[in-house]
Design a binder for this molecule. Structure first.
Ligand code: MN
Length: 448
């Protein structure tokens, strides 16, 4: 397995000459350096790869054109000038670490050559608030898992109180193939979908706008280097195929889903939209926040050999603190801050990302650079740790009250869902994921 090791780029005392990167609660200090694709307003050029640093973005295309990336291998600097992260993703982990080290040194304050670095890079820094973030790449395939046992048990209880977990859960990482074409970057409004719905007391279904629109708090893993068709990735090599992590909101229409999901799983109840945060936090940046995989009760079956590895048990999980918030239209009008609906931690998943990737490829399925795998809704054991309204309101039976007095069983039109994540650990700089946002638009008239 490729060890994501700690190096000089993780040192807590590193500061950047970009002053806004040195705020202790900021998401994008010099220890993070997440990558994304942005576009400047107007016709100021094509989409470009950038690295977030404080309130700014370092434009890697510009840096490449100015010769500031000449120190790294030509394949890396070449990939930095593309309009998508796919080329960089395909290179695998070693070149990415090389690029990270170079960018860290370029943006670092108090280096012998820091004046020279800042002079060269200064023209290629852009205010983050002035650009539009795009998808990081064209996503070829998207698979969504069901890796949180707390979520699986919470949902299972609603439908099968006596037997919440199905017998396969502790053996096989459950997943389904999602829709890649409807993945949108944070900030894109999401229209309430129409679908076929059969309400509980009705004999037959009808077609109309969903009445139970929900979010799912998830984390996505972008695939990096590809594995050829027919070549499974062994668990101890799986992480060298993961480029980085982002937030995912797997919007779900529970009424459409409930009617259609048997026997082949989710389909139109989910394929209308999936939102992702635009900054991909690399595995290198996450190295200080690696922890043991969640412990399993003695009575649980051990993972089958192809999903089992001492290294994965010791360090396969990610200590990422997740939060989902809601802001209604009325709350925004009244100046009320978004309300937190749940906090969870990625480390509590039953299956690690390496296990998910090893399982996905175990039949020979090829994953390509830019494919997206998502964790499934991340929930935890506490009541305050539910990653969907389905769980929080028990399928709408126990509505919640928002600050200001509005009541929600599921999402209302013009509600905004906001997801955030960060990592923190004593002795290391806090790093953040930025946000994944989306406002619900009313259903389009006349579709039905
Ligand atoms: Mn999901």
């Amino acid at each position: 397995m490729v060890e994501t090791t700690l190096d000089e780029t993780h040192e807590i005392q590193l500061k950047s000459w970009v002053e806004s990167a040195n705020q202790p609660e900021g998401d994008f200090p010099i220890q993070n350096l997440p990558m994304g694709v942005f576009e400047q307003p107007g016709d100021r050029g094509a989409p470009s790869i950038g690295v977030a640093i404080g309130d700014l973005i370092l434009d890697l295309s510009g840096c490449g054109a100015a010769g500031l990336l000449d120190i790294v291998a030509p394949a890396i600097s070449q990939a930095c000038t593309a309009r998508s992260l796919q080329g960089l993703m395909a290179l695998g982990p070693a070149p990415l670490s090389e690029l990270r080290l170079h960018l860290s040194r370029t943006l670092r304050a108090h280096q012998p050559n820091s004046n020279e670095n800042s002079q060269g890079a200064l023209p290629h820094l852009i205010e983050r608030s002035k650009v539009r973030m795009l998808l990081p790449c064209q996503i070829g395939d998207y698979s969504d898992f069901y890796a949180s046992i707390h979520h699986a048990a919470n949902v299972g209880k609603l439908f099968r109180p006596d037997n919440p977990l199905l017998p396969n859960y502790k053996y096989v990482p459950i997943g389904y193939h999602g829709r890649a074409s409807s993945i949108v970057p944070s900030g894109t409004p999401v229209r309430r979908p129409y679908g076929q719905i059969k309400v509980d007391h009705a004999e037959t279904p009808s077609f109309g706008p969903t009445a139970s629109l929900d979010y799912e708090l998830e984390v996505g893993f972008f695939n990096g280097a590809m594995n050829p068709l027919g070549s499974p990735v062994p668990i101890d090599e799986a992480e060298s195929h993961i480029f980085g992590l982002c937030l995912v909101n797997d919007w779900s229409a529970r009424d459409i889903q409930a009617w259609e999901y048997q026997p082949l799983g989710p389909f139109l109840g989910k394929s209308f939209a999936t939102s992702i945060s635009p900054w991909i936090v690399t595995l290198d940046a996450l190295a200080p926040f690696r922890v043991a995989s969640a412990s399993r009760p003695e009575s649980d079956p051990p993972p089958l050999p192809y999903l089992s590895s001492p290294r994965d048990r010791a360090k396969g999980a990610f200590d990422v603190r997740l939060e989902v918030l809601l802001s209604s239209h009325r709350m925004r009008e009244s100046g009320i801050e978004p309300v937190s609906l749940g906090r969870a931690n990625l480390r509590d998943l039953y299956w690690t990302p390496a296990q998910l990737l090893a399982h996905h490829t175990s039949n020979g399925c090829n994953l390509r650079p830019g494919d997206l795998l998502a964790s499934g809704t991340v929930s935890g054991a506490p009541e305050t740790s539910k990653g969907s309204l389905l769980e929080l309101t028990e399928r709408g039976r126990k509505p919640i009250t928002l600050p200001g007095g509005e009541v929600r069983s599921f999402l209302a039109d013009r509600d905004e869902v906001i997801m955030r994540a960060h990592c923190e650990r004593p002795g290391f700089a806090r790093i953040g994921f930025g946000e994944c946002r989306g406002v619900v638009l009313p259903a389009e008239n006349g579709v039905g």
